[in-house]
Design a protein around this ligand. Structure first.
Ligand SMILES: [Zn+2]
Length: 254
């Protein structure tokens, strides 16, 4: 009996050993996208002009929260680029031309100035940046062309970045993940009012589509909401949402 058991053990060991030898995985080299490459180049060729920028470039400051807690003003977008891995997106605040008011939602808001020589169009847009982990910023840019307007908006959004507090505060949810707002918050801009309400896990974002982007980038996964006023004005809707988030901003910790 003992011998049999011993042989069984041996065979089992062999069976266990064999697949371990075969595991030679082919590691695919990670290729960077064009945007990532451009971002890296920008950071490398960055010559800081402010004191804060120099400290970041030298590596004295390794965390964005240090800057935010000390309430120092960020004046260079590369500071945020170096310290955080942020994503950016545009919010559709404009409308393309269409008959009977049927214009499609568009990222560029086009306005015109009348002069003697003719009409001078201007494009403006709104950008949102965030790391999906509590940091969020929104900014607007305006220019005669579309692309400079986008760059300006993204730059301003990075300079406006702030940190929010997230918890699991819903009464019918008992997890320890940071997935919702800590309590009911209200923000307003123009006639638009937005109320964000804590929700249990699995609810998703129960808000307007454009505001969804902002909350997603901030790292909030579940929230209920109530809106009042003329919420078709996306510009004010987003600003109201940001004002609500500013109420749960993380202030200086003592
Ligand atoms: Zn929860």
């Amino acid at each position: 009996m003992e011998k049999e058991e011993a042989t069984k053990k041996q065979t089992q060991d062999k069976v266990v050993e064999e697949p371990a030898k075969k595991t030679e995985e082919y590691v695919r080299p990670i290729r960077k996208s064009r945007e990532e490459q451009a971002k890296e180049d920008r950071i490398l060729s960055w010559k800081p002009k402010t004191k804060l920028g120099k400290e970041v470039k030298e590596g004295k400051i390794k965390n964005l929260d240090e800057i935010l807690n000390a309430k120092r003003k960020i004046l260079e977008q590369e500071i945020v680029d170096t310290l955080l891995n942020v994503k950016s997106d545009l919010i559709a605040i404009g409308q393309s031309k269409g008959k009977f008011g049927g214009g499609k939602r568009r990222a560029w808001r086009q306005t015109q100035r009348k002069t003697k020589e003719g009409n001078v169009p201007t494009f403006s847009t709104m950008a949102v940046v965030g790391d999906e982990n509590g940091h969020i910023g929104v900014g607007c840019g305006e220019s005669k062309e579309t692309l400079p307007a986008r760059d300006k908006a993204i730059r301003k959004a990075k300079l406006n970045i702030f940190k929010i507090k997230r918890t699991c505060a819903a009464f019918d949810c008992a997890c320890s993940e940071l997935h919702s707002v800590p309590f009911k918050v209200m923000g307003k801009s123009g006639s638009v009012r937005v109320i964000l309400i804590p929700a249990p896990q699995g609810t998703g974002l129960v808000v307007a589509n454009e505001l969804k982007k902002v909350l997603q980038f901030a790292g909030i996964k579940d929230v209920y909401s109530q809106t009042f006023g003329k919420k078709r004005t996306t510009f004010n809707l987003i600003k109201a949402g940001i004002n609500a988030l500013k109420k749960i901003k993380v202030e200086e910790q003592k």
